[in-house]
Design a protein around this ligand. Structure first.
Ligand code: PGA
Length: 262
């Protein structure tokens, strides 16, 4: 079944009580939650357990923002996939641009985390994207190919169903982010699909590729109408549950119309 994916990462915002309140409000917004719509929430580590308790019977998927690259060991400050699984997490976000560019995460570290998550049956949301400088130097495709090839090294074809990619141009993310042009986003998504197919053959077409970076109520419908965009990964515009609920409903409606037509 073709699916639509919409999710948010609340970064280092929302404490435990705020996360629970947000999740409860979002569940009320999503009373109608069709099977072809996958919604995921990625709160802070310390909110995970409470978030999980607020989700019984819900189809909202719970994810973590990062993970260590071993199951256990002398890694002070890191969190093991097994510890995440204990909290009810089924998805882990790896390689967000803030981790790469502020916290110095390398493609090699990203790859170790991806492999560790997959061997522990966690789903992976791998984030990739070029900086403003790389865009200006017309290196976007080369950067995306490098991040995908290095980040997914050693991933086997049968692990493809556990993968999702978020294309998030660094220049489009956050307060100072620049609104993306549809044409540019479309071209990048086309490149990503070609790279995935060159890596995994026909199975590369099965990997959902989401767009993220300054998505909001005004551009979400336009973005989801572009070819090769299977979903949206949203920051600021998703942190108010009713606003996020509105975006989810309008995007789903557009997506459904497009899919019924085609
Ligand atoms: P934004 O964040 O939607 O607030 O630009 C996106 C992200 O960091 O994933």
């Amino acid at each position: 079944m073709k699916k639509l994916y919409i999710g948010t990462n609340t970064k280092m915002y929302k404490n435990r009580a705020e996360t629970v309140e947000y999740i409860c409000a979002l569940q009320a917004e999503l009373k109608l939650h069709p099977e072809e719509l996958e919604v995921f929430i990625i709160p802070s580590f310390t909110s995970l357990e409470s978030a999980q308790r607020a989700l019984p019977g819900s189809r909202i998927i719970l994810g973590a923002q990062n993970m260590g690259w071993e199951e256990s060991g002398p890694y002070t400050g890191e969190i093991s996939p097994l510890m995440l699984i204990e909290t009810g997490v089924t998805l882990v976000e790896i390689g967000h641009s803030e981790r790469r560019h502020i916290l110095g995460e390398t493609d090699e570290q990203v790859n170790r985390k991806v492999c560790c998550a997959l061997r522990n049956q966690l789903k992976v949301l791998l984030c990739i994207g070029e900086t403003a400088r790389e865009k200006q130097d017309k290196r976007t495709e080369e950067i995306l190919a490098g991040q995908l090839v290095k980040g997914l090294m050693g991933v086997k074809e049968e692990q493809v169903p556990e993968l999702m990619i978020a294309y998030e141009p660094v220049w489009a993310i956050g307060e100072n982010g620049v609104q993306p042009e549809y044409q540019y986003v479309e071209k990048s998504h086309g490149s990503i699909r070609n790279i995935l197919v060159s890596m995994f053959g026909g199975r590369g077409r099965e990997i959902p590729v989401l767009y993220g970076g300054s998505v909001n109520a005004d551009n979400a419908e336009g973005l989801i109408g572009l070819p090769e965009i299977d979903g949206l990964f949203i920051g600021r515009s998703a942190w108010d549950a009713s606003g996020f609920g509105r975006i989810i409903r309008s995007v789903y409606r557009c997506w459904k119309e497009d899919n019924t037509r085609n």
